[in-house]
Design a protein around this ligand. Structure first.
Ligand code: DAH
Length: 340
């Protein structure tokens, strides 16, 4: 019996040497250790033996089985190592190569210009004030000398909420909020998003950006207003830009002006953005109306002020020569990717 086992083991080991892949190993395992294999046969025939022989032969058969299993495992490990070595030889990569380029995010052009202008104003001693997008009628209209039923309300098509609140139509709503908070003299800007019911076109959007400015102190005159505007535009465009002032009507200023700059997109030759006039309305402004100062609790015998509302999106368009305001909110990466 032990001869039989020894020759089985010898046979197994010589066959094992010939196995070159895991498929061969599996079939060798099935042949020797499977249900119909010689070892199973041997174990089945144990019942015909005497008890002593049964113990001895049973033990020897199990030892042979263990030896075969160990042989299979070590051959499998050897084959795995060969396969890995082969793979390492054929597959390699250069760790010194540059990584695949990743896309970097960047500030939106509107934010970029807004932060730049905030810096300019901060350096001139202005503080930055904020206000809510969802605004009360009082701050957006009433306190700005635009009572209910005033025709000037038609100038700004407003989004209304059912409870009477509105989406602010201009950053001028920040003016009275600032006056309630600060004591004159003060200089503030209020940048942010504003909303109007608009039919969109290359220069109109329903959501856009303004930057409000307000200066209140003793003895403020139109001269201060003009000087500040000129300084600002020079800083923004880094060169002298042609401007013109026209009278303009806004209920919260008296006198009021429209400040236009020559179109930077077409060099004043005429294009769709400037509606072929060569001029862009950039900054309405004026001397703060006494009624507005009063709503802010300011003594109008002592203090006066000027205010302006900069169209931020227009400025961004001039700066980067963008011909359609709708690009700004498009979320199109082909557009924003140009500002990285
Ligand atoms: N709030 C006005 C608008 O959006 C713009 C404006 C005009 C702002 C005159 C001002 C100003 O501060 O003085 O139409």
């Amino acid at each position: 019996m032990s001869d039989r086992l020894n020759s089985l083991l010898a046979d197994f080991h010589s066959r094992l040497e010939l196995c070159v892949d895991s498929q061969a190993l599996e079939s060798l395992k099935a042949e020797f250790l499977g249900k119909k294999g010689p070892l199973t046969e041997l174990l089945k025939s144990l019942k015909d033996l005497s008890p002593e022989e049964r113990t001895r032969v049973g033990q020897a058969t199990n030892d042979a089985k263990t030896a075969m299993e160990a042989g299979l495992a070590s051959r499998r490990a050897a084959l795995d190592k060969i396969a890995l070595d082969e793979k390492l030889k054929s597959e390699w990569f250069d760790v010194t190569l540059d990584a695949a380029p990743s896309r970097l995010g960047a500030l939106h052009p509107v934010s970029r210009v807004q932060y730049e202008i905030e810096d300019i104003f901060s350096s001139l001693g202005f503080s930055i004030q904020d206000g809510p997008h969802c605004e009360l009628d009082y701050y957006n209209f009433e306190a700005l000398n635009i009572p209910k039923d005033h025709p000037a309300r038609d100038m700004q098509d407003t989004f209304y909420f059912e409870n009477g609140a509105i989406l602010r139509t201009h950053t001028s709503a920040v003016q009275v909020r600032a006056m309630e908070k600060l004591k004159p003299p003060f200089k503030i800007i209020g940048p942010g998003k504003v909303f109007r019911v608009e039919r969109t076109d290359p220069s109109h959007e329903a959501a856009f950006h303004q930057l409000e400015g307000m200066v209140v102190a003793e003895g403020i005159t139109v001269a201060h207003l003009i000087h500040t505007m000129k300084t600002l535009l020079k800083e923004i465009f880094k060169r002298d830009v042609k401007i013109r002032l026209r009278p303009g009507f806004f209920p919260f200023v008296e006198p009021g002006f429209e400040l236009d700059i020559s179109c930077q997109i077409c060099d004043a030759k005429g294009c769709s953005v400037c509606k072929h006039s060569g001029w862009i309305e950039l900054m309405p402004c004026g001397m703060v109306h006494p009624n507005v100062l009063k709503h802010g609790g300011i003594d109008t015998d002592k203090f006066s002020g000027f205010a302006f509302g900069l169209g931020l999106d227009r400025l961004v368009m001039m700066r980067f020569k963008i011909e359609d305001i709708r690009h700004l909110h498009s979320g199109d990466l082909r557009f924003s990717g140009q500002f990285v």
